[in-house]
Each structure stands twice: as structure tokens, then as C-alpha cells.
Ligand binder design. Sequence first.
Ligand SMILES: [Fe+2]
Ligand SMILES: [Fe+2]
Length: 162
Amino acid sequence: MPETAPACEHLRKDHRVIEESLDILLAALLRLTPELIPEIQATVRALQDLAAIHFEKEETIFYPKVRPLLSDLLDRMDVQHEEVREVERYLAELLAEPPQPPDSRWLSEVRSFGIEFHDRIQHHIVDEEDQLLRLAEDRLTAEEQESLAAAMSAVQSRITSI
Ligand SMILES: [Fe+2]
Ligand SMILES: [Fe+2]
């Protein structure tokens, strides 16, 4: 129902873009060799940028609006964001200084933290879409959806124009 729920639709569109990078990351991790490290570094950086903008939209605009209606669910979403950030930090640190040449122990750490990063984001997207966005579509008015979507588009333009 894109016409009546533009804020939910906005977040779903972001999720589809994030999933494109998640698929690339997972494919590289599953056939991991030292030659694939630059691609993995670039994909993780892209995911960090996408997640930063998306989390900002959710945490400063969408979540505060629906929190009074769905507080337990929102608490769970907050925890999931923290879990994503935690593994993202660890993975980024690991990728910042690859040993030369990359040894098998380091590669297997990259593989396991990379897969965990992938899985946490994917799991969070599924939870948001199956629960949060579905409920928000029922509870928010068309006007609220419109104004949230406009505010999130403003965040997107502000950040991507920097
Ligand atoms: Fe989220
Ligand atoms: Fe989301």
C-alpha cells in the first residue's frame, strides 16, 4: 500500500537497497580469499554508510513517532540496532588493518564476523517489516505517514549532499 503508507514504503525501499549490498557481502564471504578483501572492505563501508542514514531516519523520526503506540516492540528494535552497531564496529576494526599477507585465522574471523553482521541486519529488517511496519500501517494516519516520509526524505537529502 505505497499510496497510503509512504513512510513505511520509504523504509522498505531503504531495506531493499541495503539487501543488495548484504547479498554482495555474503557471496564474497562464502568464497573468501585474500584477493576478495578489497571488495569486502568496500561493501562493508557501503553498508556502514547506508545503515547510518537509515538508522538516523528511524531513530530520530520514525521510532519516536511510533514508540508511544508500540513501546515494547520499539525497545526490541533499539536493542537490535545496538547489536548491529556492535558487530559493525568489530568488523570494521578487523578490516582496517589486514595482516600482510592475510593469514587463515584472520580470514576466518572476517568470515564469521562478516556473516554475523549480515545475519543481524537481515534479521532486523525482517522483524521491522513483519511487525513494526505492518502495525505502523494500521496505527498511523495518512497525514502522519506523509509527514514522516517528508522528514525522512529531508534527512536523506541533507546527508547525501554533504
Ligand atoms: Fe531499524
Ligand atoms: Fe529499518
